[in-house]
Write a protein that binds this ligand. Structure first.
Ligand SMILES: [Zn+2]
Ligand SMILES: [Zn+2]
Length: 338
């Protein structure tokens, strides 16, 4: 094995990607080194590109949707051996000793790490990751398919499985994009009566093939009225990062219903609390999951044949691939194959 690797590096906040040769990193105690086979490009990578997240230092390698093989293990690593197929997502490790960790709430760890933010990520041939941030990838899942499931997948899967919705309940997925096309598949596989809400009528046939029982064209129809006509939603999974779009579905919840936001808009969301009081409902948020949640997501996806729709690019084309993502042109997730 060569001592150097190719990596896509951001030289500074707001800078352009540079392809460089770097030393292959050695895993510290408690870390594994992963030979990266695929790394998704996610909208949250804009934090790294633009320098808008605390904890960044430059030069920096982004990427938190990593799938590959364990290539070396550091001291004190017992959960993994060389050759294991693994992945890593946004949650990049935790301390095991703060108050949140002592309660088993690793996502809220006071010293939590974020892959591709607080340490270099997967836009490279190799990456080192804390061993507690690593998930096993099932044999029958390709690395390129697994990569987006480690962020967009676990976010939507975990939001739905931690909601109060039960099989047969009306569950709407607002937005048919990078998150929504996965949310629809998980909602269908979970046994919900599944509604797709989109402002793009051309997405209807795709949404139905992904498992939607109903399609609401929000450009022509009031989505809240349609949801009420269907009995009121137990959950609306809001995936499109638009304040107006989120506001427009709140009146569609039924008794004990909730709008669960996973796509974060740039502006505050206006909510008429009359609806919430009447329904005893709420508007809430959900953030991804830890490594075991990711592994549950991968295993369920393999079991029920949930796959992301992806476009793949070699590492050399990182700039063009990032543009596809940030300009919202990709159908639906962009994946680098270093
Ligand atoms: Zn992501
Ligand atoms: Zn902690």
């Amino acid at each position: 094995m060569s001592d150097t690797m190719r990596a896509a590096v951001l030289p500074e906040a707001g800078g352009d990607f540079e392809l460089v040769d770097r030393d292959v990193p050695d895993p510290d105690s408690g870390e594994v080194r992963v030979a990266v086979e695929a790394c998704g490009i996610c909208h949250s990578d804009a934090f790294a590109k633009e320098g808008t997240y605390p904890g960044l230092s430059y030069p920096h390698v982004p990427g938190h949707e990593i799938a590959g093989r364990v290539d070396a293990i550091g001291e004190a690593v017992t959960a993994w051996v060389e050759g294991d197929r693994v992945g890593a997502g946004w949650h990049g490790g935790h301390c095991f000793s703060c108050e949140s960790c002592r309660r088993g709430n690793f996502l809220q760890c006071e010293s939590r790490e974020i892959t591709g933010i607080t340490f270099d990520g997967g836009y490279a041939e190799y990456v080192t990751v804390p061993s507690e941030a690593v998930a096993a990838v099932p044999d029958d899942l390709d690395a390129a398919d697994a990569a987006p499931l480690l962020c967009a997948g676990v976010t939507t899967f975990n939001a739905l499985r931690n909601s109060d919705a039960r099989p047969g309940d009306l569950v709407a997925v607002q937005g048919v994009g990078g998150l929504g096309h996965l949310g629809l598949q998980y909602a269908h596989a979970a046994g919900y009566e599944t509604v797709a809400i989109s402002r793009s009528p051309d997405k209807e046939s795709r949404a139905r093939s992904l498992g939607a029982d109903h399609f609401v064209n929000a450009a022509e129809t009031d989505p809240a009225e349609r949801l009420q006509a269907l009995g009121g939603a137990r959950v609306v999974l809001a995936t499109a990062p638009s304040s107006d779009a989120i506001s427009s579905v709140v009146d569609g919840i039924g008794t004990d219903g909730s709008v669960v936001v996973v796509g974060v808009p740039g502006a505050p969301v206006e909510v008429d609390v009359n609806t919430l009081v009447g329904a005893c409902g709420g508007v809430e948020g959900w953030a991804s999951g830890h490594a075991r949640d990711s592994q549950d997501t991968l295993e369920f996806s393999a079991l029920r044949d949930v796959r992301p729709e992806i476009e793949t690019y070699p590492l050399d084309e990182v700039a063009a691939a990032y543009e596809r993502m940030i300009e919202n042109k990709a159908r639906f997730r962009v994946v680098l194959e270093p």
